[in-house]
Design a protein around this ligand. Structure first.
Ligand SMILES: Cc1ncc(COP(=O)(O)O)c(C=O)c1O
Length: 396
């Protein structure tokens, strides 16, 4: 019998059912050992000629190259940072010096605040922020609703590749094409989609994209894609001697080198355990085919059971198509927090709240308490789902 992928994740050995993966994934041994190895063999900064520093320099360069393979771009287009939110704020600060009063930014109603608040701050200087409303309760973004919002003054479209609230997966390639037709850039938030679907910035044909390795079985880090040629146009806060076309421009300060080492370990897990060991992007593509095949039955059965549960009101796409295995719902007679606390007593970890998807929560009328969120990843099992359902059934 093929050993279960869960065996590679020490935290899963406790038997606890981690169903709050959208807030951060568990990590495989490959990641943990790579971090330990980096710190054990000499925790050093980059750029010096002694062995441990040479190792740190190599780790950073390899992490940039491997992240480029993950995103489907060139290493010079990758910015390594601490979180997607911090990187998006850095971008918005640079854009604030480019955008003029009367310019427009369109954000989708499915955005996490990470891809909304940084643009809202530009309103103070006269930039208009428009919201591309979703169709509720499915949370579907229809390109027909985007078209009328785009004008020659639109500078940026901010859209997610998967909603961390209701799990819907908008067609970002079509949205980016519409934005480009009026001369606007597109920033895709791939934070929630990336543990499920390999990002592909070239196929999406977008200008900027973010994702966070800690959602992809890695350590706490954030990454940003900036299309080649755009970096020199960005009046970012940078150290004066850093060249204008260098990714370092958006990487002030020392990188978390041990986390970069860990991220390389996570990518090795993807390639070697889930994929067929092939190098390059092809190995990652194989891994994500496997992820899809592991997640699909869990997604279908959980969706079906939540939809027909008499006390559950599920939001988001009612079909397996156009969604990831992230389920937002409420249970009649119980607050989301009470449901999460009840499930925690049954060894099931789920979330309760709005998950910073405040526009979606407002549209659904569930503020301030929000919804229960169950988010499954490939390492979850039918037993986790059974436990969840049994926990829901045992609510008073
Ligand atoms: C869709 C989405 N975007 C952005 C973020 C923020 O990512 P980070 O924690 O790296 O800032 C999250 C975090 O949960 C998220 O789910």
């Amino acid at each position: 019998m093929t050993p279960s992928v869960a065996e590679h994740f020490p935290a899963l050995r406790s038997g606890f059912s981690y169903l709050d993966n959208a807030s951060g994934a568990q990590v495989p041994t490959h990641c943990i050992e790579a971090i330990t190895d980096f710190l054990t063999r000499g925790s050093c900064n980059v750029g010096q000629p002694y062995a441990a520093s040479v190792r740190a320099t190599e780790v950073k360069a390899r992490a940039r190259a491997a992240t480029a393979e993950f995103l489907g771009c060139a290493p010079e287009e990758v910015i390594l940072g601490t979180s997607a939110t911090a990187l998006t704020f850095q971008l918005s600060r640079a854009f604030s010096r480019l955008f003029r009063a009367g310019d427009e930014v369109v954000i989708s109603e499915l955005e996490h605040e990470s891809n909304a608040s940084p643009w809202r701050w530009l309103e103070a200087q006269g930039v208009e922020v428009k919201v591309w409303r979703a169709r509720w309760p499915e949370g579907r973004l229809d390109p027909a609703d985007l078209r009328p919002l785009l004008t020659p003054r639109t500078r940026l479209l901010a859209v997610t590749a998967a909603a961390n609230s209701v799990g819907a997966t908008p067609d970002v390639a079509t949205a980016a094409r519409l934005a480009r037709a009026v001369g606007a850039w597109t920033l895709v938030d791939a934070v929630h989609s990336s543990p499920h679907q390999l990002p592909d910035v070239r196929a999406w044909d977008v200008d900027f994209a973010t994702f966070s390795p800690y959602k992809v079985f890695g350590p706490h880090l954030g990454c940003l894609y900036v299309r080649a040629g755009l970096l020199p146009q960005l009046p970012a806060d940078k150290l004066w001697f850093v060249p204008d076309d260098s990714p370092q421009k958006l990487e002030p300060g020392t990188a978390p080198h041990e986390s970069l080492a860990g991220w390389l370990g996570s990518l090795r897990y993807l390639r070697e355990v889930l994929g067929d060991g092939q190098p390059g992007r092809a190995g990652l593509q194989r891994a994500f085919e496997r992820i899809e095949s592991l997640e699909r039955p869990l997604l279908e059965s959980t969706l079906e059971r939540l939809l027909r549960h008499p006390r559950v009101r599920l939001y988001g796409p009612p079909e397996p198509q156009g969604r990831v295995a992230t389920f937002a719902f409420n249970v009649a007679g119980h607050s989301p927090r009470a449901v999460a606390e009840h499930l925690a007593r049954h060894e099931v970890g789920v979330g309760a709240g709005h998950y910073y998807a405040t526009l979606a929560a407002q549209a659904l009328g569930v503020m301030p308490e929000g919804v229960v969120r169950v988010s499954l990843l490939h390492y979850n099992t039918p037993r986790d789902v059974e436990r969840l359902l049994a926990g829901l059934d045992s609510l008073p």
